[in-house]
Design a protein around this ligand. Structure first.
Ligand code: FAD
Length: 440
């Protein structure tokens, strides 16, 4: 069996699957699931395997269902601004295809070169531009899916307004392959903005991330398309691993760095706006310096600093990844307390803080944590700092297998029981991704 089917991006293995099937049509998937339903055979659903929650990683005896051959863009409608595409289309391929025609698919993640739009919907992926366009849920109009017993639901809704009954698409979005296998999607596009600028700023020690966020929202308004934060250890590690493709001013050292992206119709207006913003923050003493992109290439180099996360994570494997949802007001307090705790309880591990701070999403990576005990120590140390039912143990990556133990931290018992009722109704033999999110 080819190794790539044995784990997701986190690298954790959970067992040895019995086989791997690679269907190329919805009807083949329906026939396969009918057979599994009748034989009570467990199935591990796989998209691009860039997930980091262990959801796509097969357990012992599971049959791997890979969607990679279901990869056609079937239709592009320039009047409605929608595409109809198979679930196995790689995100970056879809983005390039629509950009060539003057449109943009606004969901964007660092894993764009491998993740699939079906996997993005199954995890309700967030990414860099949620602050402006929302997460995957806001970009999906409808879904076709195959249920555990082989029933095909669909075709995907393609209307912006359609209140005819329950939205089965929204039930499947974020269900992490536990309620059905997504096979086709109708996706909403936005016109490609002609101009973009990227600004990197170093925060003054007394300025909080949330303070700069508040000023960005007011001064940059609808032009603000991304705002990402990186704490000092993250930048140092990116530099140590030689991942900084662009030299940064020396005063950036030891500071929290914020990447801000704006987009609009006129580069001239955008430039005026972002320069005025940076000058005001400098004059008010909230930032100590700023670097503004001068070309598309330069902007990409600034973004690469934020996307260095994939390599940083590889350098500390086995690691524990946190993808926390919290109020922007809590970032500083949380980051300071969490860092101190981790240093005390796991002195040999390193930790890196960064995140999509425009939408209440803070990431932490801690490693190396070679033993399960060390990983549990890190998890307990950080999750104990989160207020129950007011914060999320996963803002965008999903629960999968890794966050299952902590689901009750973010969802009430009534919520969890209702999720289990839905699971039993749609997958009575619990064959689809068993043991993910919760135990059936
Ligand atoms: P997989 O990893 O294959 O699967 C993920 C889950 O979805 C599994 O439970 C699987 O069973 C299920 N699934 C997959 N395809 C289907 C389908 N067709 N039908 C039903 N269920 C299915 N995530 C974010 O949200 N935001 C980010 O900014 C982000 N950045 C990342 C950066 C890097 C470098 C990496 C490695 C990952 C990042 N991720 C991010 C995580 C990951 O890329 C997303 O969760 C992505 O949406 C997973 O898509 P995939 O196709 O790889 O799914």
């Amino acid at each position: 069996m080819v190794d790539k089917y044995l784990n997701d991006w986190s690298g954790t293995r959970y067992g040895t699957p019995s086989d791997v099937v690679l269907p190329s049509s919805t009807s083949e998937i329906a026939a396969f699931l009918r057979e599994c339903h009748e034989a009570r055979s467990p199935v591990a659903v796989q998209g691009g395997r860039t997930g980091v929650s262990g959801g796509a990683a097969p357990g012992d005896g599971e049959r791997v269902l890979s969607i990679e051959r279901l990869n056609q863009v079937e239709e592009f409608d320039p009047v409605e601004g929608i595409v109809i595409a198979n679930a196995g289309v790689v995100l970056e391929d879809l983005q390039s295809l629509v950009e060539d025609r003057g449109w943009m698919f606004p969901v964007d993640l660092g894993s764009r070169g491998s993740c699939q739009i079906g996997g993005n919907a199954a995890t309700n992926a967030g990414g860099c531009r949620v602050v402006k366009y929302g997460n995957m849920r806001q970009s999906v109009l409808g879904i076709e899916a195959v249920l555990a017993n082989g029933t095909v639901i669909g075709p995907p809704n393609r209307l912006v307004k359609n209140n005819a009954g329950y939205s089965l698409s929204h039930l499947l979005i974020g269900s992490e392959g536990t309620l059905g296998v997504i096979t086709r999607l109708a996706l909403r596009l936005v016109p490609l903005p002609p101009a973009r600028r990227t600004l990197l700023v170093a925060l003054a020690p007394h300025c909080s991330v949330s303070e700069l966020l508040a000023h960005s929202k007011i001064m940059l308004r609808g032009a603000l398309s991304a705002i990402e934060a990186m704490w000092p250890d993250y930048i140092e590690e990116a530099s140590r691993l030689r991942l900084l493709t662009r030299e940064l001013p020396s005063c950036f050292q030891g500071k929290r760095i914020i990447l801000i992206e704006v987009e609009g119709t006129s580069d001239k207006e955008l430039l005026q706006m972002i320069e005025a913003f940076a000058e005001k923050q400098l004059a008010d003493g909230l930032i100590v310096d700023a670097v503004l992109s001068t070309s598309e290439r330069d902007a990409l180099d600034l973004w690469r600093i934020r996307e260095a996360v994939a390599d940083i994570q590889l350098s500390i494997r086995p690691y524990v990844g946190f993808d926390l949802g919290m109020s922007a007001n809590d970032y500083e307090q949380f980051a300071a307390t969490a860092k101190e705790r981790l240093t005390n309880v796991l002195p040999s591990a390193r930790s890196f803080f960064f995140g999509h701070v425009g939408d209440g999403n803070l990431h932490v990576q801690v490693g190396p944590c070679p033993s399960a005990t060390e990983r549990a120590v890190a998890e307990d140390a950080l999750y104990e700092l989160l207020s129950p039912l007011k914060t999320s143990v996963t803002a965008e990556h999903g629960v999968g297998r890794k966050k299952k133990r902590f689901l009750a931290h973010s969802r009430s018992q009534a919520d969890i029981e209702t999720m289990k009722t839905l699971k039993r109704a749609l997958d009575p033999h619990c064959i689809l991704n068993p043991g993910r999110i919760f135990d059936c």
